[in-house]
Design a protein around this ligand. Structure first.
Ligand SMILES: Nc1ncnc2c1ncn2[C@@H]1O[C@H](COP(=O)(O)OP(=O)(O)OP(=O)(O)O)[C@@H](O)[C@H]1O
Ligand SMILES: [Mg+2]
Length: 370
C-alpha cells in the first residue's frame, strides 16, 4: 500500500500543502515547531479519522478557520482517493468522492503503523491507552470490529443512563433494560474473541523480535479480559457475563455504571512473569513497544496481503544505534516509510541515499529533493 500524495488545507499550522511522496523512504526535516509532526498526523488522521495526539477536532483545524480537509491518493491494487473533512463537532469521510456512512468501512481501507516518543505510554499509562491501541489496530484489520465496537459503546451509554435512572428511583422499562444487557453481551462476545485472537497472534511474533533485539527470552503480552476466557466458546462467555451482571446488579446501580465488559479490559507486557510496567527499565520498555509495533507489520501483511505504511516520528533520536538498526532491519525495502527528524545527521547514510527529502519551515516546504 502506498500513499502517492497528500493534500491538506487549514490543518494545524498549514494553510495549504501538497506533497507527492516517494514509494519508499520519505524524510521530513526542519527545525522544532515547523510542522513535521503535523504532516505525519495528517496522514494518521486520513487513515484513522482520529489523531494520535489531539484532544479535540478543533485542535486539528488551523486557528481562526472552520474546517480542515485532508486528501490522499492510495495505490493498492488500484488507485483510490480518500478524503476527510473535519469540522469542530463533526467529520465526514469520502472514498472516491462518495460519502461513507460507516466509519468502519473507511478506517479499514488504509493501514498505517506509527512509532513516536509517547509510545511508552502504552506500557506506563492507563488501561484506556492500551484499549485504544487495541481498538485502533483491530479496526484497521476488521471493519466488523470497528462497527461492533461502535454499537457496543452506544449500548453501554444507554445502559449506563438506565442505571442512573434506576439508582435515582425513576421509572424505567425493565424489559428494555434486559434487552440492552442481552445486546451488550452479544457485542462483547465478538470483541473479546477478536482481542484474544489478536493478542495470540502478537505472541507468535513479538517474543522472537524482543529476543532478537535484547537476547532475552520470555517476553509476552498478557491479555487481561474483564471476564474469564479460559473456555472461550461463545456460550461460556455469554453465561459468564450474564452471571456477572446478575451478581453485580446492586453494585452497578450504586455506582450508576456498567462494571463488566470489554470497556474494562487491559493487557500487560511481561518478561517471564514480571510486568514491565513496574519492573522494566526505560530501555526494556522501549524495546517492548518497538517489538509490539514491528509485530504489527507482520500481522497487517498476513491479514491484508499488503504492506502497511510506516510513520516514524522523531524516533531515531531516542534510540541507540543498535536499536536503530534493528528497527530498520524489520522494515522491508519495499515498504513506504515517512520519517521526521530535526537533524538529518541522525539518519543513516543508506537511508538517505534513495529517500525523498522534504524541508519544512513554519508550515511551508522550503526545499524538496527528488
Ligand atoms: N490548530 C492549529 N492552528 C495553527 N497552528 C497550530 C495548530 N496546532 C498546532 N499548531 C502549530 O504547529 C506547530 C507544531 O507543529 P509540529 O508539532 O508539527 O512541529 P514539529 O516540526 O514536529 O516540531 P518538533 O521538531 O518540535 O517535533 C506549532 O508551531 C504550533 O503552534
Ligand atoms: Mg514533532
Amino acid at each position: 500500500m502506498i500513499l502517492k500524495n497528500i493534500e491538506i488545507r487549514n490543518f494545524r499550522n498549514y494553510e495549504h500543502l501538497k506533497i507527492t511522496l516517494n514509494k519508499n523512504i520519505n524524510i521530513i526535516y526542519g527545525d522544532n515547531g515547523g510542522g513535521k509532526t503535523n504532516i505525519l498526523e495528517s496522514i494518521y488522521v486520513l487513515a484513522l479519522t482520529k489523531s494520535h495526539r489531539a484532544l479535540t477536532n478543533g485542535d486539528l483545524i488551523k486557528s481562526g478557520q472552520e474546517k480542515a480537509i485532508i486528501k490522499g491518493t492510495i495505490l493498492e491494487n488500484m488507485t483510490y482517493n480518500l478524503e476527510i473533512e473535519i469540522g469542530k463537532s463533526q467529520k465526514q469521510v469520502k472514498i472516491d468522492k462518495e460519502v461513507i456512512g460507516k466509519i468502519g468501512d473507511y478506517v479499514s481501507k488504509m493501514n498505517i503503523i506509527i512509532f513516536y516518543a509517547e509510545d511508552l505510554e502504552l506500557i506506563r499509562g492507563f488501561p484506556s491507552n492500551r484499549r485504544k491501541y487495541l481498538n485502533l489496530e483491530l479496526s484497521q484489520i476488521s471493519k466488523n470490529y470497528y462497527n461492533t465496537l461502535n454499537d457496543y459503546h452506544k449500548l453501554l451509554r444507554t445502559r449506563n443512563e438506565y442505571l442512573k435512572k434506576i439508582s435515582n428511583n425513576e421509572r424505567y422499562d425493565e424489559g428494555y433494560f434486559d434487552i440492552l444487557t442481552e445486546y451488550l453481551i452479544e457485542k462483547s462476545v465478538f470483541i473479546y474473541q477478536m482481542r484474544e485472537k489478536y493478542i495470540e497472534k502478537l505472541n507468535k511474533i513479538c517474543p522472537k523480535i524482543y529476543k532478537d533485539i535484547t537476547k532475552l527470552k520470555g517476553f509476552n503480552i498478557k491479555y487481561l479480559p474483564s471476564v474469564s476466557l479460559e473456555d472461550n466458546s461463545k456460550d461460556t462467555i455469554r453465561k459468564e457475563m450474564k452471571k456477572k451482571f446478575t451478581d453485580n446488579f446492586s453494585k452497578e446501580v450504586k455506582f450508576k455504571t456498567t462494571l463488566c465488559g470489554p470497556h474494562r479490559d487491559d493487557f500487560e507486557f511481561c518478561l517471564n512473569e514480571d510486568n514491565l510496567k513496574s519492573f522494566g527499565s526505560q530501555g526494556q520498555q522501549r524495546v517492548a513497544v518497538l517489538a509490539l509495533k514491528l509485530s504489527e507489520i507482520q500481522i497487517f501483511k498476513d491479514y491484508k496481503k499488503d504492506n502497511p505504511i510506516i510513520l516514524l516520528d522523531d524516533v531515531f533520536s531516542e534510540l541507540d544505534n543498535e536499536k536503530k538498526n534493528n528497527l530498520l532491519k524489520y522494515i522491508d525495502n519495499d515498504m513506504q516509510v515517512v520519517i521526521t527528524t530535526t537533524d538529518l545527521n541522525n539518519l543513516d547514510e543508506k537511508l538517505k541515499e534513495n529517500a525523498k527529502l522534504i524541508n519544512i519551515k513554519k508550515g511551508k516546504i522550503i526545499g524538496e529533493v527528488k
